[in-house]
Ligand binder design. Structure first.
Ligand SMILES: Cc1cc2nc3c(=O)[nH]c(=O)nc-3n(C[C@H](O)[C@H](O)[C@H](O)COP(=O)(O)OP(=O)(O)OC[C@H]3O[C@@H](n4cnc5c(N)ncnc54)[C@H](O)[C@@H]3O)c2cc1C
Length: 380
C-alpha cells in the first residue's frame, strides 16, 4: 500500500459509511476538491454494508436488515443517482405463543389476537374501550405510554417482552418518549413503513457505496484508523469525523451508553425458512428479538439454490470493542453528551449517527449529510 501524502488533499473524511460517503461525493463533484476517505474496517458502507454469501449467492446484510425508505423527495432525487431499488416493500411479522401476527398492529392482528371478526369501525370502538379500561391519562414511562396507546393485553403480548430484550431493562424504567408513535391500523394494510419510496438496492449496498465513492477526486483507504494517523495530519486538513463523539474526545467525560446486538448467522438447507424477511419474537422467554432471512429482501431473485441464510439477533449492552448500534441516551448520557457537544475542535466537523449519538435512518443520514455540506463546507 502506498504511503498517504496528506498534503494532496484539502479534506479528510473519517468513516466510509453513508454520512461520510455522501459528504465525500459532494466535496468531489460539487467543489471539485480532492478528498481522502479513511475507514477503520475492511469495507466501505459502514453499517449498511451487504455482501453476497459465497455458498448460496444470497445478498446478506452484515449488520441486520437494511431497507431504504423515504418520503423526502429531495433526498430521493439525490440518492437515486447512485442507488436503484428493487420492488421490495417491508412487512414485519411477529410470533407470539406459536401464532403469527402482523406488525405494526392492524385489523388482522386485533381480530386474530382477540378471536374476533370486527370491521374497522367496530375495531376502533373496541380499541378505544381497551385503552380507556387501562385508565392512563398521563403516562410516566414507556410501559404506561404503550398501554395508553394500545391497551394492556396487546402491550403484554407484543411490546413488553420485546422491549425487555431490546433494552435489557423493565419498560417501567424507560422514558415514555422512546415511543413517539405506536400506530395501530384499523385496516388490513400490513406494510411496515408508510413511505412511498421503499426497497433494497438491486445490486446490493456495496454497489451503492462504490458508486458514491467513484469520483476521481476521491481516494479511499480501508483498514485505516484515524487515531493511528492523527499525529501525522497537517494542520490545513479539514476533517469530517463520523466515528463516536466520546472516542474523538478521548472519553474525557466518560463513555456514552450504547446497545448492540450479537448476530448469529446460519445457512439452512431449505428453500425457505420462515416465509418472510423479518420475524419478531415478542416473548421474553425466547432469547432473541428477531430472525432475518435475507433472500426475501430480493423477491426478484427467487428462486435460489435450495439453501437460505438466516440471522438471529440477540441484543445486549455494547462493551468496549462491540459495534455501537442504538444509543441508550439515559440521563447520564444526556449530561455527558452536552459536554462533548460544547467542545468544537478547530478544523473538525463531527457528524453521522455515531458522531451525533442518535439513531438515524438512512434517508435522515443522507438528508443531514447534504444539509451539512451546503451549510458548512460548500463555501470553505
Ligand atoms: C441494526 C440496525 C438496522 C438498521 N436498519 C435500517 C433500515 O432498515 N433502514 C434505514 O433507513 N436505516 C437503518 N439503520 C440505520 C443505518 O444503519 C444508518 O442510517 C447509517 O448506517 C448511518 O450511517 P453513518 O455513516 O452515520 O454511520 P456508520 O454506518 O456507522 O458509518 C461510520 C463509519 O465510520 C467508521 N469509523 C468509526 N471510527 C473510525 C475511526 N476512528 N477511523 C476510521 N473509521 C472510523 C466506522 O467503521 C463506520 O464504517 C439501521 C441501523 C441499525 C443499527
Amino acid at each position: 500500500m502506498n504511503a498517504l501524502n496528506f498534503k494532496d488533499y484539502k479534506f479528510l473524511v473519517v468513516g466510509a459509511g453513508l454520512f461520510g460517503s455522501v459528504v465525500a461525493e459532494r466535496i468531489a463533484s460539487e467543489k471539485g476538491d480532492r478528498v481522502l476517505v479513511i475507514e477503520r474496517r475492511d469495507h466501505i458502507g459502514g453499517n449498511c454494508s451487504s455482501f453476497i454469501d459465497p455458498t448460496t449467492g444470497i445478498e446478506c446484510h452484515k449488520f441486520g436488515t437494511h431497507v431504504f425508505h423515504t418520503d423526502n423527495m429531495d433526498t430521493w432525487e439525490y440518492i437515486r443517482r447512485f442507488m436503484a431499488l428493487n420492488n421490495y416493500r417491508h412487512r414485519v411479522l411477529a410470533k407470539y405463543k406459536n401464532a403469527v401476527y402482523h406488525m405494526p398492529i392492524n385489523l388482522s392482528t386485533i381480530n386474530r389476537f382477540y378471536g374476533t371478526d370486527l370491521d374497522p369501525a367496530a375495531a376502533g370502538e373496541f380499541m378505544a374501550n381497551e385503552i380507556s379500561k387501562a385508565g392512563i391519562s398521563r403516562p410516566q414511562n414507556l410501559e404506561e405510554k404503550a398501554i395508553s396507546l394500545v391497551g394492556r393485553p396487546l402491550y403484554e403480548a407484543f411490546i413488553h417482552g420485546y422491549t425487555v430484550k431490546q433494552w435489557g431493562t423493565d419498560p417501567r424504567n424507560l422514558p415514555a418518549d422512546i415511543i413517539t408513535r405506536l400506530p395501530f391500523r384499523l385496516n388490513y394494510n400490513s406494510e411496515y413503513y408508510d413511505d412511498p419510496i421503499q426497497g433494497v438496492p438491486k445490486e446490493g449496498y456495496e454497489a451503492v457505496f462504490r458508486s458514491l465513492l467513484s469520483h476521481k477526486n476521491i481516494t479511499v483507504r480501508l483498514n485505516t484508523d484515524y487515531f493511528d494517523i492523527k499525529k501525522d495530519l497537517p494542520a490545513h486538513l479539514i476533517i469530517i469525523y463520523t466515528g463516536p463523539i466520546d472516542r474523538f474526545l478521548d472519553y474525557k467525560y466518560g463513555a456514552l451508553g450504547w446497545r448492540t446486538v450479537d448476530l448469529d448467522v446460519k445457512t439452512i438447507e431449505k428453500e425457505d425458512f420462515q416465509g418472510t424477511a423479518v420475524m419478531n419474537y415478542t416473548e421474553k422467554s425466547v432469547p432473541y428479538t428477531r430472525i432475518h432471512e435475507f433472500r426475501h429482501l430480493h423477491p426478484e431473485k427467487f428462486p435460489t439454490a435450495g439453501a437460505t441464510v438466516i440471522c438471529r439477533e440477540y441484543p445486549k449492552p455494547a462493551y468496549p470493542g462491540d459495534e455501537p448500534y442504538y444509543p441508550v441516551n439515559d440521563a447520564n448520557d444526556k449530561k455527558i453528551l452536552e459536554k462533548y457537544r460544547s467542545e468544537s475542535p478547530k478544523n473538525v466537523h463531527i457528524g453521522g449517527r455515531l458522531g451525533s449519538y442518535r439513531y438515524l435512518d438512512m434517508d435522515d443520514t443522507i438528508t443531514e449529510a447534504l444539509h451539512f455540506f451546503e451549510t458548512s463546507l460548500k463555501s470553505v
